[in-house]
Ligand binder design. Structure first.
Ligand SMILES: Nc1ncnc2c1ncn2[C@@H]1O[C@H](COP(=O)(O)OP(=O)(O)OP(=O)(O)O)[C@@H](O)[C@H]1O
Length: 238
């Protein structure tokens, strides 16, 4: 579905990502985890075409991706950030916006918006203005908006980190259900191994802009492969 070969990203003479290889198969949810500043969000931005790598090549659905990424490819992906970047309109219009751009009929838009607001437990907020939502509600609407376009690849950049523990736990449960019913191909950044263990099939651990380990969450815990990985994962033991 998505592949990155030999990705290096330099900014202001600093190497932020070095020689990254990445592949994402249809239906997988892959996690990117690592300490602050290890390059997780930078890698996600490159994979989601928001930044251009200095070296290396991306492939999307088997085709190499040009530096200026064509709109039809961009429209096949959706991104949810830590802060829900909602438009200052009603919840319905926020979720509908991406569907209007993609030319869906009014009836289809209504059906999809209602379906996804229902899936994320926020259908009762349809008419509410986005700026009046709580953080948890806003993040649920952001996820509904992303799933509504039925993206070929979904990117989640720390989707829970602005939420308190009970809100986060509830949303994680609902997202797990949605993943198991939709099999949406996803890349998720988190600094919390619990999120990775609950939601992903496979995870890459980044340290200093490099991938230092890769495997299923349970494999990584069982056999961390390197001492530095073991030290990082020790924070999540118990
Ligand atoms: N646009 C940029 N220009 C210059 N430096 C950048 C840019 N984006 C990221 N960096 C630097 O790259 C490094 C990795 O940042 P990145 O945000 O990818 O890490 P992260 O693992 O996501 O961290 P966190 O968990 O704190 O969000 C940091 O040192 C950061 O300052």
């Amino acid at each position: 579905m998505l592949e990155a070969r030999e990705i290096t990203w330099k900014k202001d003479h600093k190497i932020i990502l070095q020689d990254i290889h990445f592949h994402l198969l249809p239906g997988e949810c892959v996690g990117l985890i690592g300490p602050n500043g290890s390059g997780k969000s930078s890698l996600l931005k490159i994979l989601a075409f928001l930044e251009t790598p200095t070296y290396g090549q991306l492939y999307f659905q088997g085709q190499s991706v040009p530096k200026s990424v064509p709109l039809p490819i961009r429209r096949k992906i959706a991104i949810v950030f830590q802060e829900s970047l909602l438009l200052n309109t009603r919840v319905f219009d926020n979720v509908a916006a991406g569907l209007k751009i993609r030319g869906l009929s009014k009836g289809k838009i209504r059906e999809r918006v209602d379906y996804w607001l229902e899936q994320f437990g926020v259908i009762h907020l349809t008419k509410q203005l986005a700026r009046s939502l709580s953080g948890g509600e806003a993040q649920r609407v952001s996820l509904a908006r992303a799933f509504a376009i039925e993206p070929d690849v979904l990117f989640l950049d720390e989707p829970f980190s602005a939420l308190d523990a009970p809100t986060k736990e509830g949303l994680r449960i609902d997202l797990t259900k949605v993943f198991s019913s939709t099999q949406t191909t996803t890349v998720m950044v988190s600094h919390d191994f619990k999120d990775i263990a609950h939601l992903t099939n496979r995870a890459l651990i980044l340290l200093n802009g490099q991938v230092v380990a890769e495997g299923s969450p349970s494999e990584l815990l069982r056999s961390p492969q390197k001492e530095e990985v073991e030290r990082f994962l020790a924070h999540f033991a118990s």
